[in-house]
Write a protein of this length. Structure first.
Length: 591
């Protein structure tokens, strides 16, 4: 791994000294300077400057599924808009892989993870070196030793056959971090010959499948010897990868891409060409603040990213690359950084322009009825002023020159489980010059913030009739298909004007729809997961609800919160009761 810092990452960076399977396990670290002192900074979001739709290019991981690919559960992947998995059976048997005569276990795990990745809608990046056995464990030989490529050719024949038998495509990452001895303990010339041979075999077998490289432990530079020698070689031998890749541990994707452009352009290598930073986020950068910063920088740079995985043993093949923890019962729980990726996954519509500060950046979007800003920056503390401009160019948010601002803090909690974001502001504000400023008190360096903009809400109570819009999803509580059938479970759906989304709060704490049907806890249930349904109004306590000032709606009988199940954001997400956790999926605005 190259430990050269990008322009921003100089403070508070503890740099890994030893890697296993490509930024998988840390044996020792060196400590950089302490976090910079508090300093107020400002960023600006201009909603009048909008581009394409989010593609969630930062939502990739190296490993993070169990060996048989059965866990973690689908929701943990889907809620963060999972896009990439990079794997090849690392750490299964030590030594393991082809070189140790233990290829089958690693391939079987790779195949299972490949097929599940595709089922989840993601792309799979195949780590050839891990299947060979070069995952940081001392191995007996490398491909091409003493000029003999026979065994490696046999390995490629088997691997190509196995990939073909799956019937699904992969991206071929030909060798991980070949510029450091942990993964390639041979001359660079031998690696370059490996690259040429492997490239030609894969291209002949799978003309349409993409080849990735060099995946070096370095960032692009006009002076980095390995980087430039590699580019010279692949250009001269007509074996240029389809996707140029490197590792940013730490680094700044924006600066990396600019340097990559320079080095490719100087060699007349076709450009633009996709970039993939297929390991980002050093071990001490895996927190909500740095994670959100990398998301913003990858989006700004136009590079795809896969978050590094520093786990070892059974934890490597689990826990979604350290975004999750397991409780005493083995159940997965989200860390703070997972919530940052989840918010990122909920951002839809159009990407809007952000002007960053020296230490903070953000990813912002606008859609009908909502706008969202994910703020990142983990090297300093202080007040962050987020200047929101040209809100008149949003759709359905501004009413009577006002908007509702919901600002939430995502805690780091020392890397432990986090039940959800913490609301720091939920208020209606009056705009000035089509804009406003939201001040975020960034006092804990590893925490981060989100801002959600919604239409102003009417005050609850007193017979008011309104829609209930879920803060997390931006969609409204809805009676499916406008039915009046008792027992129908409510759902989330795009907000509209129909009577099936209009609820009247009565003096008896009922929430009526159609004038004679009430929100009802099915079967008078008081347990987590109880369905929220409609039923003839009868005045019983399972039809009584507290509409609270913090945006929650709680059952009088159960004390549980009305929520969108499984943190869902899509149309059709079911409404249920659950213990109140403070998450945005349990908060509602009324309008």
């Amino acid at each position: 791994m190259d430990i050269t810092s990008g322009p921003r990452r100089g403070t508070r960076r503890r740099l890994a000294a030893l890697l296993v399977a490509g930024a998988l396990a840390v044996a020792s670290v060196v400590t950089a300077a302490s976090p910079a002192g508090a300093a107020d900074q400002s960023i600006a979001v201009d909603f009048s400057v909008a581009g394409g739709s989010p593609s969630y290019r930062a939502s990739g991981w190296i490993y993070g599924m169990t060996e048989n690919a059965s866990a973690p559960a689908d929701q943990w992947f889907r809620d963060v808009k999972f896009r990439y998995m990079r794997a090849g059976g690392a750490q299964l048997d030590s030594p393991g892989g082809w070189v140790s005569g233990k290829y089958d276990r690693r391939w079987n795990a790779t195949r299972a993870q490949l097929l599940r990745t595709r089922a989840l809608g993601g792309e799979f990046i195949l780590l050839v070196h891990d299947l060979w056995g070069a995952d940081g464990y001392p191995i007996s030989r490398f491909p091409g030793d003493n000029g003999n490529w026979t065994d490696y050719d046999n390995f490629l024949t088997r691997l190509i056959s196995d990939v073909r038998a799956t019937g699904v495509p992969v991206q071929w990452d030909l060798w991980n971090e070949p510029n450091i001895t942990l993964f390639w303990n041979r001359p660079q010339s031998q690696y370059l010959e490996l690259w040429r041979r492997t490239f030609q075999r894969v291209r002949a077998a799978f003309p349409e499948q993409l080849i990735v490289g060099p995946s070096c432990a370095c960032v692009p530079s006009t002076t980095h010897a390995f980087w430039n020698q590699y580019l010279d070689y692949v250009k001269a031998n007509n074996v240029v990868p389809d996707i140029i890749s490197w590792h940013s541990l730490p680094g700044d994707p924006v600066a990396n891409v600019a340097a990559a452009d320079t080095t490719l352009n100087s060699r007349a290598i076709a450009h633009p060409r996709p970039y993939q930073i297929n390991e980002y986020g050093a071990s001490n950068e895996q927190n909500p603040a740095d994670g959100a910063w990398y998301i913003a920088r990858l989006e700004r740079a136009g590079a795809d990213g896969l978050r590094a995985n520093w786990a070892g043993g059974g934890n490597l093949h689990n826990d979604l690359g350290n975004l999750l923890v397991r409780n005493s019962s083995g159940q997965h729980q989200p860390k703070g950084e997972w919530w940052a990726y989840r918010f990122y996954g909920s951002q839809t519509g159009q990407i809007v322009s952000v002007t960053p500060s020296a230490n903070y950046d953000a990813f912002a979007t606008k859609a009908a009825g909502t706008a969202k800003i994910l703020v990142g920056g983990g090297t300093t503390t202080g007040n962050v002023a987020v200047n929101l401009r040209r809100l008149d160019t949003t759709s359905g948010i501004v009413e009577n020159n006002q908007v509702r601002v919901v600002a939430e803090r995502i805690p780091y909690n020392g890397g432990g489980a986090v039940t959800g974001p913490v609301t720091v502001q939920n208020s209606v504000v009056t705009l000035s010059g089509n804009g406003t400023t939201v001040n975020l008190p960034h006092t804990a360096v590893d925490d981060t913030y989100t801002i959600t903009l919604l239409p102003p809400s009417s005050d609850p109570g007193g017979g008011s009739t309104s829609v209930l819009r879920n803060v997390n999803a931006g969609r409204c509580l809805d009676v499916p298909n406008s039915t009046t059938t008792n027992g129908t479970q409510l759902q989330l759906w795009d907000c509209g004007t129909g009577a099936n989304q209009r609820f009247t709060q009565t003096a008896g704490k009922q929430l009526q729809v159609y004038g004679n049907k009430c929100l009802d806890a099915s079967g008078q249930g008081t347990a987590n997961g109880t369905q929220v349904i409609i039923w003839d109004c009868n005045g019983q306590t399972n039809q009584q609800w507290n509409v609270n000032g913090d945006g929650t709606v709680t059952g009088v009988q159960s004390g549980l919160c009305l929520e969108a199940s499984n943190f869902g954001t899509g149309n059709g997400t079911k409404a249920q009761l659950w213990a109140c956790t403070g998450t945005s999926s349990q908060r509602w605005t009324r309008s």
